[in-house]
Design a protein around this ligand. Structure first.
Ligand SMILES: Nc1nc2c(c(=O)[nH]1)N[C@H]1C(S)=C(S)[C@@H](COP(=O)(O)O)O[C@H]1N2
Ligand SMILES: [Mo]
Length: 494
């Protein structure tokens, strides 16, 4: 056999790693999907307008419900980690796996071109299309094309499409779901028809990867498992077929064992898993997105007729009494590392310079909604209290004690936000939504809005801002209520 048709070690290694990372990506992706298993064609996500829905749960019409109430828990057989409230860890696995997958892809592409292997993959004439169709007809009539040593036209064309089209598009649609990229480059997201279409496409491409895997394996089997695995595992058709079969079995078993281990560790030690994976991805997420300052261009897309809710309003009497008299007695206090501890009434905040923004709200679960918000830039408020030099985070405290408002979690809701994120143009304290005073379920009397972060950072029912150096002393030490109790990341720009 012509040695030029052998398969070099790097090709076989990246082929295997690609398979490993794809299993982790698909399973963690399904975990992320299970948090809001509804796919839409527009960014309003109006209940009932789904094009695909993987849940039997209906949206209640007669009572206040939250997006979290509709989260599903899928089996660990398909989802990683596959446990209730596993979205945070699912994202950690997804991001770690995507880093591995992209590095594998980069090494593969560099060597593909350096070693001239690309000639086997990249079609150089349109003749490949009729040839591929003929090969397809052959497979469908159980008369597979003869083995010429090289890929047949159908193999070449499908591998080319997967490597050079599906994979890059999968990365591009993933990036289009990032709130920081959307805030900076809204036109990029519009290339895909908006965030929800990008999400839908991301899902369809995943389905395509899975379909490819099944057909790919079937075709390999049709050509003869032994001889094909000899090429795939040992690099040459003349290699020992039994050894190749055994090694392939060990490899597949290894991928299964790694997946089972990832699941077990995540379910049994969620905090440790989060810390380990977070060490790897948190600096990367911050580094990749910190320069993406929100563009202050106006959005033209209309506001949503229905805006989803997450988190239930404070349940105690003092909040209800305060709401009943228009929050006349409510004050926002700013304390901690400030030279001048301050507090502000609603009227004082309304008298400060205001910003008006139409924002796309990206919830970490996957849904989005658009509303007009009016409020005061966080910077305006903080400047009046003169932050001390050690200040690094602002901790936003809500008034909702989760043990009283929701079925999951405990303690006062809070989120700590890096001060540099608050200095971006898109950070403000909103007291108006769609031209009206903020309604109770959306955070009355005041809530945080951040254009380049995910929704859970935008604390509603604000009462207090605490300026600190370190987040480790606050709550359980992870930088927010959802970080503490759901393993979410602190900086959520993706
Ligand atoms: N105080 C408080 N703020 C909160 C939450 C909460 O549970 N309590 N949920 C967050 C989450 S997860 C999201 S997606 C948004 C939802 O905002 P909305 O209800 O206005 O859509 O609020 C965020 N702010
Ligand atoms: Mo959320």
């Amino acid at each position: 056999m012509d040695t030029a048709l052998d398969y070099p070690g790097w090709l076989r290694a990246t082929h295997f790693l690609n398979f490993l990372f794809l299993t982790l990506l698909v399973r963690s992706g399904l975990q992320i999907l299970s948090a809001s298993p509804r796919l839409y064609l527009n960014d309003h996500c109006r209940p009932g307008s789904e094009v695909l829905k993987f849940s039997r749960r209906e949206v209640p019409k007669d009572k206040l419900w939250t997006a979290s109430d509709l989260e599903e828990t899928w089996s660990p057989v398909i989802a990683l980690p596959g446990r209730p409230h596993g979205l945070g860890l699912g994202r950690h696995w997804h991001f770690v796996a995507v880093v591995g997958w992209i590095l594998t892809g980069a090494v593969y592409l560099v060597l593909l071109f350096a070693a001239d292997e690309w000639r086997r993959l990249v079609p150089t004439s349109w003749g490949i299309v009729p040839d591929a169709l003929r090969a397809l007809e052959g497979y469908l009539t159980f008369d597979p094309p003869a083995e010429g040593g090289a890929y047949n036209a159908l193999q070449q064309l499908s591998y080319f499409i997967v490597v050079f089209m599906v994979a890059p598009l999968q990365i591009a649609t993933g990036a289009a779901m990032s709130p920081a990229i959307d805030a900076r480059y809204p036109r990029y997201v519009r290339l895909f028809g908006g965030r929800q279409r990008a999400r839908f496409l991301h899902f369809l491409l995943t389905a395509l990867f899975c379909l490819f895997l099944v057909v790919h394996v079937a075709v390999v089997a049709a050509h003869g498992l032994g001889r094909e695995l000899a090429k795939i595992v040992l690099g040459s058709v003349t290699a020992d077929h039994t050894l190749a079969l055994t090694l392939a079995g060990v490899g597949v078993l290894g991928v299964i064992v790694l997946n089972v281990l990832a699941t077990l560790v995540s379910v049994r030690h969620p905090k440790t898993t989060r810390r380990a994976l977070g060490t790897l991805i948190a600096p990367l997420e911050l580094g990749l997105t910190r320069t993406l300052r929100p563009s202050l261009r106006k959005r033209t897309i209309p506001v949503s007729e229905y805006h989803w809710v997450n988190g239930r309003p404070p349940a105690d009497d003092s909040y209800l009494r305060s709401a009943a008299n228009g929050f006349a007695d409510w004050r926002l206090s700013v304390e901690g590392l400030v030279a001048r501890p301050c507090s502000f009434g609603l009227d004082e905040l309304r008298a400060m310079p205001a910003v008006q923004r139409r924002s796309l709200h990206h919830c970490i679960q996957g849904w989005s909604s658009i509303a007009d918000w009016r409020g005061v830039p966080v910077q305006e408020v903080l400047e009046r209290c003169e932050l001390l030099p050690d200040a690094r985070f602002a901790v936003f405290w809500g008034m909702d004690d989760k043990s009283r408002t929701d079925t999951f979690g405990h303690g006062l809701f809070y989120e700590a936000v890096r001060l540099d994120i608050l200095r971006d143009g898109g950070a403000f304290l909103a007291y108006e939504m769609n031209g009206e005073p903020l309604p109770a379920e959306y955070g009355a009397p005041l809530r945080l809005r951040l254009d380049n972060q995910l929704g859970f950072k935008m604390v509603k029912w604000l009462a207090r801002i605490e300026i600190v150096t370190d987040i480790r002393d606050i709550g359980e030490g992870h930088g927010g209520w959802r970080e503490d109790q759901q393993e979410f990341e602190n900086v959520v720009a993706i």
